[in-house]
Design a protein around this ligand. Sequence first.
Ligand code: NAD
Ligand code: LMR
Length: 340
Amino acid sequence: LAQHFVAEQAPAPQLETHATSSSVRGYNVAVLGAAGGIGQPLSLLLKLSPQVRELRLYDVANTAGVAADLSHIATAPRITSHSGAGALPDALYGADLVVIPAGVPRKPGMTRDDLFNINAGIVRSLCEGVARFCPSAWVAVISNPVNSTVPIAAEVLRRAGTFNPSKLFGVTTLDVVRANTFVAEALGLDPAAVNVPVIGGHAGVTILPVLSAATPRLTVPEQQARALMARIQDAGTEVVKAKAGAGSATLSMAYAAARFAEACLRAMSGEPGVVECAYVASSVVKDLPFFASQLRLGPAGIAEFLPLPRLNALEQDNFESMKEELVSSIAKGVGFMNGK
Ligand code: NAD
Ligand code: LMR
C-alpha cells in the first residue's frame, strides 16, 4: 500500500485533536457513501484539492479498493478507508466537512420523493453519527429527496443539541451548474463566464433558476426562457432516462459537490467573497423554513443570506407554484422524525 494509505481498523481515536484553524494546511473531509456512483468521482476530485488534508472514505462496504486506488495519486491529501457501520466513528472524528451522497438513486419513472422511504433512514443514522462524533463539522447533504432529507438532518442535530443552522447545507450546486451550462449554450458563451442563481429547492418545480438575474444579462424571448427553465428543472430526469435504469447523475454531481465542498473549505479558511446557492434552514421566505438561495459563506458557515433576486412575472408564477410542494416535503421530513 502507498505510504499515505491507512488500512481499515485503525485504533479508535480518543480525543478530537484537530483544531480547525487557517494556520493548519488543509481540512479533514469525510465522504459518506464514498464507494457509490457519486462518492467515487467526488473522492477523486477531492483528492486533487489543495484544501484537503485528509479524505475519509466511508460506506457500508467496498471503500478499501477505492481508497487503495485513490491513495496512489501523487497529491497531498491522505486517504483513509472506513467500511461498515462500526467504522463510522473513525471516519467522522475530527472531520471539518462531511459530505453525504449515501442512498439510493432514481430509476426511470420515479420521482425523487419515491426515494424517501430508504434514504430518510440512511440520512438520519449518518447524521446521528455526525452529532456524536464531529458535532462542529459543516454538513453537506446530497442524498435525495434533498427537500426532505435536509429537514431530517436538521431535526437529528437539533435533538442531539448540536444543530448549527449556519453549517448544514442541502447541495443544490448541480442546478446552478446545469443552468450555467444551458444558458451558456443558448448564448454561445463559455459556461465559466455565466452565473445563474437557482433558488427554492431541489425537485421539479421547486428548482427555480432566476434567469432574469443571470450574469451576463440574458435577453431571450419569453418562450426561450420558459424552455430553458423547463430543461433546468427536468435535467435530473433527462439523465435518469438516458441512463435507462443504471442510476442518476453521478459525474456532473461529483463535479458540483466538489465545487461546493471547495467553496466551503475556502470560506472556512477565511477567503472572502465566497458565494454559493444551497438549501438551508432559512427565514428568507415566510412559511418556508428551508429554502435554497444565494449565501455568502464565512469561516463559521453562512455569514449572510443575500437578498432574493427580483423575479420577473414568469419566475414569480413559478415561485408561487413551488410553495405547496416545498411545504409538504419539509413537513414530510419533520413528520418522519416524529414517527409519522
Ligand atoms: P449509488 O447507489 O451509486 O451510491 C450510493 C452509495 O451509498 C452506495 O455506495 C451505497 O453503498 C451507499 N450507502 C447506502 N447506505 C449507506 C449508509 N447507511 N451509509 C453509508 N453509505 C451508504 O447512488 P448515487 O448515484 O451515488 O446517488 C446517491 C444519492 O445522491 C441518491 O439519493 C441520489 O438521488 C442523490 N443525488 C443527489 C443529487 C443532488 O443534486 N443533490 C444529484 C445526484 C444524485
Ligand atoms: C439530479 O438532479 O440529477 C439528482 O437529484 C438526481 C435525480 O434523481 O435526478
